[in-house]
Design a protein around this ligand. Sequence first.
Ligand SMILES: *Cc1c(COP(=O)(O)O)cnc(C)c1O
Length: 561
Amino acid sequence: MSNKTTDIDLLVRLNVKELKPYSTARDECELKYAISLDANESPYNTGYNRYPDPHQKALKDAFVKKINLNSRTMNNRGQAPIDEQGELTTENIFAGNGSDEAIDLLIRVFCNPGVDNIVSISPTYGMYRVAASVNDIEYRDVRLNADFSLDSKAILNSCDSKSKIIFLCSPNNPTGNLLAREDILSLLDSFNGIVVIDEAYIDFSKNAGFASLIIRYNNLAVLRTMSKAGGMAAIRVGFLISSKLIVSYLNRIKYPYNISKVSQDIAIKSINENRREIVNQIISERERISALLKKTPSVKMVYPSDSNFLLVKFDNAKEIFKKLIENNIVVRYRGDEPGCDGMLRITIGKPAENDTLISVLTSGERSFASGYLEFTRVTKETRVNVRLFPEGAPASYFSTSIVILDHMLDHIALQSGLVMEIEAVGVLEVDPLHTIEDVAIVLGEALSGLISLKTGYNRYGFVLPMDESRAEVLIDFGGRPYFVWEAGFKGDKVGDFPCEMFRHFFSTLSLSGKFTLHIKATGESDHHKAEAIFKAFARSLRIAMSNKISEYQVPSSKGII
Ligand SMILES: *Cc1c(COP(=O)(O)O)cnc(C)c1O
């Protein structure tokens, strides 16, 4: 395979080539433990009193390690793996305030305002056009074929000597499909400018993407983002992978401290978390929902997707859009995009959310998820999210990474009749205690929030036998936390749950939920005792939340013990 070389320097705007970049205080000195009197910062430690690393070294290290690892382990389907050709280094990586920053900077490095143009496809992501307009650059778009495949000849035909960049998006937004590899390669081989491939959705695809071809094509730039599969849209971090020269030009013109320390820290941690299971879950939901949509009468066509959304053609897209809004579901109307007449773009949500979508589309039934309370807590150790669905929802969902905690929370949901979703991400390698505590804090807040919405409720207790064990739980939602615990455990752990944490979990819950909680338990088996406590707590909660005396007498339809 021949390596193609483009004269990048010849493409770069003169003013960019000649400008002297802002030099930060940190650039001029590499001392690690210096007395820093150079940047007019406050010397007093707030955790954030120093400027962040302008080169985002640690962030790029983490990212490039992951990219190299993925390329080595992934089946590249005919692509030459990176390690045959040398691995990528941090100098191949530009880190931006979202990949949107990289899009804007690419245009500013290469395109002379009022003179040059960029070429892209249609329909596609709207930011290429916006960034072009902002920079006074002509934007030429070339329609995709009817099946949304790339017409690379038409792209080349629309290029002239002033065309500096071709923007491609694969998998493409809003069409969801991958562009054919041969078509992209033919553009890389024949276009005398920069070819950008936006791979915001590549993690949802089986394809490895084009990052490994950076070494073969010095005019190739690949965009990646943490906003989609990475689950980090709020921190605004995206990457451009390209030749060292192109990266160095972007670095020349970026704001010196373009990514905050908060975002850098969170991004590094998040890159090192394995999100494969969540991404796989979204992919399997995509396939499940695609199949269900195909059976829905108002649906004319569901396009194949390599992303985390589906492009769907309806008989009456505008009405469907309105009906969904009435049921508290927002999707993206794309009917005004070229080739997308009558189409909605639907992002894949959690199973319960997707089920709600389908039930509204098929039966017109009001959304279950129309009402929920959401509480979130983010600390250095954990991120916890709790949703309560007082009016019900198709299913509860737990993902705390602590198996026994998920199991116990499931008991709380089942026995209390309260549908809930609890997700926690913690630094579990260190210890699960923070996660357990933070789940209790947020669940307590959520319960307290729920109770505050109620007009009448009971204040009862419950006794629950469980084989040789027995648990007695009393709750009083009087608004005053008080905690009594009379239960001991013989061992250190039940599964992966440290026994000392049972008491702490409930005392935290009582404090955070502002309710009185008395727990008493006896028995031989630690597991039975713990389970009895969680179940009795849930039953007690059910009665306490209800204003019907009958709740006290009638056992759950879901079948207790
Ligand atoms: C969502 C999306 C992005 C993400 O941009 P960020 O600025 O990184 O959040 C980039 N490209 C496409 C095609 C997208 O759909």
